[in-house]
Design a binder for this molecule. Structure first.
Ligand code: URA
Length: 239
């Protein structure tokens, strides 16, 4: 059971104050009967709520796939910077957050949700969820780097070691003349700046970084940076 004003606010129909106003104005009905009390309790699974005759269905959780652009930060809110949640426009729940972080200059797959349990399962290293990144690297990535990444590389300091778990590195291209490489890297952790620090430990610099997948969830190629869409039922089941 849930309060009528919370039901409408959760579904992004307005702030709690705004929807209280709609209810008091008699614009909201439950099972066809106008209800003017914001505190009125309803069963969100079986009762039908309408605002100005428009049926508002309740969903406890929402899931969006965002192709994060460079230049926005992976936070729910921030006093000065544009966040990934600011990119979700129109009606939206107030409790959305990004499941995990990408650096401000990193692009690619980010799941935006209000489902804390799912976010935890995707992000906790204990569940070993593969996260696949594509990167352009300054320097020539070698077979030796591939082996070091496979064994685990120290991204800490000599005195204060921080070993990464085994990671799979694929060298897509290495251009000796330009001194540049393109790679794909699959890691199961999410340490701070992990990909950049792994290449830093190998004496190279990440010039461009994009996340392509997280577990079974693959970035939709149709989404340009900054665009998003809801997850399909199939994608949700796969998670
Ligand atoms: N590793 C990084 O260094 N940056 C990211 O944004 C993600 C993984």
């Amino acid at each position: 059971m849930i309060r009528l004003d919370k039901y409408l606010a959760d579904m992004g129909e307005g702030t709690r104050q705004e929807v209280k106003g709609y209810i008091r104005q008699g614009r909201v009905s439950v099972d066809g009967v106008p209800v003017r009390k914001p505190e009125y309790k309803i069963d969100e699974r079986s009762q039908s709520v309408r605002l100005d005759e428009r049926e508002i269905r309740y969903s406890r959780y929402e899931y969006y796939m965002l192709n994060k652009p460079a230049g926005v930060i992976s936070a729910a809110r921030d006093p000065s910077e544009k966040t990934v949640i600011d990119l979700i426009t129109g009606k939206k729940r107030k409790d959305l957050f990004p499941a995990g972080r990408l650096d401000k200059d990193t692009e690619g797959l980010l799941l935006i949700t209000n489902d804390g349990a799912l976010a935890h399962r995707l992000l906790s290293p204990k569940y070993h969820v593969d996260k696949c990144y594509y990167a352009k690297i300054e320097g020539i990535v070698t077979e030796e780097d591939r082996q070091r990444f496979a064994e685990g590389i120290n991204i800490g300091t000599e005195d204060n070691e921080e070993l990464t778990a085994p990671a799979r590195l694929e060298i897509i291209a290495a251009d000796e003349d330009a001194g540049m490489s393109e790679i794909r890297l699959v890691i199961q952790e999410g340490k701070y700046h992990q990909v950049k620090r792994m290449f830093g430990a190998a004496g190279k610099t990440v010039l461009y970084l994009r996340r392509e997948s997280m577990g079974a969830l693959v970035l939709d190629k149709k989404l340009k940076p900054g665009e998003y869409r809801r997850l399909t039922d199939e994608e949700l089941k796969s998670l």
